[in-house]
Design a protein. Sequence first.
Length: 340
Amino acid sequence: MKRSSVVFGMTAMLAGTSLVGCKLMDDDFASSTPTAENVALDVPASTQRALTAGDGTKVSALLGEEAGSYQLTRAVTGIVNGATGLVLVLVKTIVSFPPTTHDDDTAVWGPHSEPLDKNAWRLTVTRLEPHVFSWALDGKAKADPDSAFVTILSGVHTRAVNGRGRPIENYGSGSFVVDWDMAQTLPDHDKAVGVATFTYSRTAPGAVTTIDVDFKGIKDDPPATELYDAIYRYTATPGAGGELKYAAKRDYYPDPHPSGTAKEDFTIHSRWQETGTGRTDYQLTGGEVAADGIAPVQVSECWDTAFLSTYLNVSYDHAGDWGMETSCSFPSASFLSPSL
């Protein structure tokens, strides 16, 4: 599911002659919008190459090889990071330059479009309180009047500040919505569809980070055609590790999917220590797996500090089980309901 192309041609706003050689603006609107770091889902890093299936599911590696469920955890976090990374980097870059117009409380960048672009873009940031800002990225067909602008990305951000009241870069809290369905109405767009709502809090280096994401009506990269919903709940505590909860309702079974049958509920619960050791428990319930009498399909796997598999338990094929559950840094399974 590729989401990095939410905004098409937005780099044109940075290429205009009005920005070339400009001095960076003052701190009035510094850190007034979220950055990719604000909403990044960080999990322990592996130096090995992650091998994942196209739908994000992957059976485990062999005992002593990199844990398949660790790879799965990184794959599903990569979907969220890919959904926001490029666009938030560009928004951050835009607000680092002087706005086209501004007063005490509102700054506007654009409208702008390169000569060969079909779309025009405008970013508006409004101060609601001393450190609270609403912001919106709008797009339209270049030839249309400004009344035709539609909002592709919008939210409210509270910037974090230090003891002297100065903004702390890449920290803050708030929420925003990415509307790929609205982007589909513009002359230039990709095939991404659906809506994503982000709620985040990353207020200081030592603070607990929470990121909640609700995807509605999305689909994987072509040729996939199935629309589905997905939920992410992420928490990370400095010095103590983190946790990722994921749920999606889609047609996983039987293969090849989507098969046009009832949708199943797929959940993932990954937990890890600061050392890198971790555990993932995932399951498939409802739909055709329930109708066939094989629900719940459950898998538990643990990995060590090198992300190597130490324990595996598969509900539908115990011949492939290995290891001892006593090796796990989290001693018991924790399967989730579809509502998390």
